[in-house]
Design a binder for this molecule. Structure first.
Ligand SMILES: NC(=O)c1ccc[n+]([C@@H]2O[C@H](COP(=O)([O-])OP(=O)(O)OC[C@H]3O[C@@H](n4cnc5c(N)ncnc54)[C@H](O)[C@@H]3O)[C@@H](O)[C@H]2O)c1
Ligand SMILES: O=C(O)C[C@H](O)C(=O)O
Length: 336
């Protein structure tokens, strides 16, 4: 029997990722078998029917851990008492839409949601932003929640991390369970840097295994010309092949992110985008992806990793893009 109760708020709950998330959360995969959940589904008016339909199906699933489901288009009531906020609903880039328009449209979503979190969320609230541009949307929400510690606002790069594991597993013919310490640095965008310099497979350095398999030069080329772009552009590949953006894998990564945050990482480190504390020269406060561990319910950036010139250049390029996005939203007055 559950011995605690948590309120989980999902924005964009009537959308694709929302639908892939809800049933896994209600079954206990987000917070474990000892925590009953109260779900709050936030949608815009046009999305309410879809969210209401999902709520009917949740009822029909008779999940023992599911205590209640509320559907609303009011951010204040959706985030009232929230322990976990999954910020999925966002404004995707449409045809002919300029980057500035995209950031402004998302500002209009994430600024009021940040304010609602500030006003009513539980003291221990944990937020993960999935809706793109995820890192910058997290900064906007955080800027409007001055009473919530900024480290509670994170953005999803676990999908990129998992994609990197999938690619390595295939290349090395090694189960994912044998892989450790892959890192995603920077933005959840094509500039991200998937880094395997410290990764191991079955305890052996991945780079060494690739060199044995391919030879030193070909291994370097594979990492630079195949692995990195494949992971960084996987979102676009999925859109091209599936005809719409990733859904189940994005929901799965969101569950992984929150579940590790709450329960701790046990298989080496993972990756998450969080406000920088200045580590690795990333400007303080910028929401950037790092290699992280979760200890005692808090993300900690893995310290002391050596970065070669190639890594430094790639991280700097992605951080430069994040700084540009931050300046653009600052100019729009979205950072408070
Ligand atoms: N970070 C990642 O790894 C990652 C991966 C995949 C997709 N995404 C992003 O996730 C987002 C959602 O994807 P999807 O496939 O579920 O899209 P979707 O269009 O199916 O669903 C989005 C839902 O959000 C709702 N919504 C819009 N504005 C809202 C608001 N202000 N409040 C509440 N709900 C609102 C819409 O009505 C819609 O139902 C997109 O921005 C997508 O680019 C991120
Ligand atoms: O929705 C997108 O643009 C792609 C998404 O962020 C992904 O990584 O799959």
């Amino acid at each position: 029997m559950a011995n605690s109760l948590a309120t989980v708020t999902i924005t964009g709950a009537g959308g694709q990722i929302g639908y892939a998330l809800l049933f896994r959360i209600a079954s206990g995969q987000l917070l474990g078998p000892d925590t009953a959940v109260r779900l709050r589904l936030l949608e815009i008016p046009q999305g309410l029917r879809s969210a209401e339909g999902a709520a009917l199906e949740l009822q029909d699933s008779a999940f023992p851990l599911l205590q209640s489901v509320d559907v609303t288009d009011d951010a204040a009531s959706a985030f009232d008492g929230a322990n976990v906020g999954l910020l999925v609903g966002s404004r995707p880039r449409g045809p002919g839409m300029e980057r500035g328009d995209l950031l402004a449209a998302n500002g209009a979503i994430f600024a009021p949601q940040g304010a609602a979190i500030n006003a009513g969320a539980a003291d221990d609230v944990r937020i993960v932003v999935v809706g793109n541009p995820a890192n910058t949307n997290a900064s906007i929400a955080s800027a409007h929640a001055p009473d919530v510690p900024c480290e509670r606002f994170t953005a999803l790069t676990r999908l990129d991390h998992n994609r990197a594991l999938g690619q390595l597993s295939e290349a090395l013919h090694t189960p994912v369970s044998q892989l450790r310490d892959v890192s995603i640095w920077g933005n959840h965008s094509a500039t991200q840097f998937p880094d395997i310099a410290h990764a191991t497979a079955g305890g052996r350095p991945v780079v060494e295994l690739l060199e044995e398999q391919l030879g030193a030069d070909a291994a370097r080329e594979w990492i630079r010309d195949v692995f990195i772009p494949r992971v960084a552009k996987r979102g676009a590949e999925i859109i091209e092949v599936r005809g719409s953006s990733s859904v189940a894998s994005a929901a799965n990564a969101t569950i992984d992110h929150v579940s590790d945050w709450v329960s701790g990482t046990t298989h080496g480190w993972t990756s998450a985008a969080l406000p920088s504390d200045g580590s690795y020269g990333v400007p303080e406060g910028l929401v950037s992806s790092f290699p992280v561990e979760s200890i005692d319910g808090q993300w900690r950036i893995v310290q002391g990793l050596e970065l070669d010139a190639f890594a430094r250049e790639r991280i700097d390029a992605s951080v430069a893009e994040l700084i540009e996005e931050r300046e653009a939203v600052r100019t729009l007055g979205l950072l408070g």
